[in-house]
Design a protein around this ligand. Structure first.
Ligand code: EPZ
Length: 437
């Protein structure tokens, strides 16, 4: 993988020629959270179905830097945090992705002190970390910046973090995950109000409960955590902990199938985590059938078949997921009528539509949170520069729909979150090649 690589894609000019079966990998965001949670444990924690992507490599590198031992065999990863001792993050790695901030929770709980840079991540908005810092302060920690103002230093109180009542200003996903982990080892009970309820948060609660942490309110906006007084956890499972399917990869493949496939079966997925997006697509006329672990699109190329326009407004789970907003924006360019896309979670996540307009789409940006898209419009292939991970896959979908050749650059963003993507896409007929840019 080189930053100078790009994807070359031959579009199929709006025809629906793709067909076959495509398998979904494990959830990137769930795996990042659970690998970080392994730092709470005093011994080996084995995971399976971990996606083989660069963000996971960064998380295991941070864990090793903290003193843990990791063993990676494809999608099977074991983390042994018995020997963690270093709370000073490797700056370059921590700055390279957002999820590094999750690790502050377990390391502060285990070591009593962490020093870390502001996290990196997709340029989709300011992405502050006030929820984390105020939460740790509420648990008795002292938060300050280092002399060079380049990093944060957090020191737990003598004896360890204290259980506290914490009110989240926003339902931050990684904020919920980090503070849930810190509260698990605190002295006393914590009540976390207005937490995120994404499936990866629910998976983290189940994972911590499996190690003996007492948590109440799973799946609700208020979680009560009975801290265990600072004792490291131990893994009690008989077999590796399995990462659940990536709901965002799943939803992106459904959009690709709706726009470009005569028939497509998506396997190794969990449709129940995509109830709202799938309902919206069915209402638009996409022929979708589901089983508990698969989604099927078929009889999708009837002549003169068109999809009706849609209105989406991103919202914390179980609302419409912001990570699927860009793929749905591409769908809207092919739907008949006026679609409205409102991005309410991030203030910089509609920028990709400018590139899609240059391909021929009819897009009007009402303001940073709202776009109006008239469809259908025919798209022409062009040079595209992926601004972030999820827009990158939206560009691939647009390039498949388009007439002619597209080159998508900055695919290191895409490699951060999608495992063996070109192999999976070639398997259903997409003409995609990874080339030196
Ligand atoms: C997680 O990011 C995901 N990343 C994102 O996925 C996802 O888009 C996002 O949740 C929303 O679902 C991971 O899980 C690694 P937030 P996170 O904290 O936790 C504001 C992908 O492509 N906020 O829920 O960083 C923030 O600016 C990525 O996989 C504060 O103001 O998102 C945003 O407007 C992209 N202060 C809103 O809350 C804080 O302290 C939601 O952000 C924290 C967040």
């Amino acid at each position: 993988m080189h930053a100078t690589e790009s994807f070359r894609i031959e579009g199929i000019s709006g025809k629906k020629e793709l067909r076959g079966t495509i398998a979904v990998s494990g959830s990137k965001n769930e795996a990042l959270s659970l690998l970080a949670a392994a730092a709470l444990f005093n011994g080996k924690v084995p995971f399976s179905n971990v996606p083989v992507i660069s963000d996971i490599e960064k998380m295991t590198a941070l864990l090793r830097h903290a003193g843990a031992v990791t063993d990676e065999k494809g999608s099977a990863i074991t983390v042994d945090a018995a020997t963690i001792s270093n709370g000073r993050f490797d700056r370059e790695t921590a700055r390279a992705f957002r999820a590094s901030i999750i690790l502050t929770g377990p390391l502060l709980a285990r070591l009593g002190k962490v020093t870390f840079p502001p996290p990196g991540g997709c340029l989709i908005g300011k992405r502050p970390i006030d929820v984390f810092l105020s939460g740790y302060e509420r648990m008795g920690a002292r938060v300050c910046t280092t002399d060079d103002n380049e990093s944060f230093e957090i020191v737990a109180p003598e004896g360890g973090l204290r259980g506290a009542e914490i009110f989240f200003r926003v339902q931050s996903v990684t904020g919920t995950e980090a503070l849930l982990m810190a509260a698990s080892l605190a002295h006393g009970t914590s009540v976390l109000h207005n937490v995120a309820m994404e499936p990866e948060v629910t998976s983290l609660v189940r994972f911590l409960e499996s190690a003996g942490v007492e948590i109440h309110g799973i799946g609700t906006p208020i979680l009560t955590v009975v801290g265990n007084g600072g004792k490291a956890l131990s893994f009690r499972g008989e077999k590796p902990w399995t990462i659940t399917p990536d709901r965002i990869e799943t939803g992106s493949f459904v959009i690709l199938g709706a726009l470009c496939a005569e028939e497509l079966t998506i396997t190794n997925c969990d449709p129940s985590q995509l109830a709202l997006p799938l309902d919206i697509l069915k209402t638009c006329g996409v022929p979708i059938e589901t089983t508990p672990d698969s989604i099927r699109i078929r009889d999708n190329s009837k002549p003169n078949k068109s999809f009706s326009a849609l209105t989406i407004r991103t919202h914390e789970y179980p609302g419409f997921p912001t990570d699927l907003q860009a793929p749905f924006g591409i769908f809207a360019t092919q739907a008949t009528g006026e679609s409205v896309v409102e991005e309410m979670i991030f203030e910089g996540r509609l920028g990709y539509l400018e590139d899609i307009a240059r391909m021929g789409a009819n897009v009007a940006l009402a303001h940073v949170h709202k776009a109006i898209i008239q469809g259908p419009s025919s798209l022409s292939g062009r040079e595209l520069y992926s601004p972030d991970l999820r827009a990158g896959l939206a560009y691939i979908i647009a390039a498949c729909v388009a007439r002619g050749t597209s080159h998508i650059h900055n695919i290191h963003y895409i490699d951060r979150g999608y495992e063996r993507l070109e192999e999976k896409l070639r398997g259903i007929g997409v003409a995609i090649q990874r080339v030196k840019a």
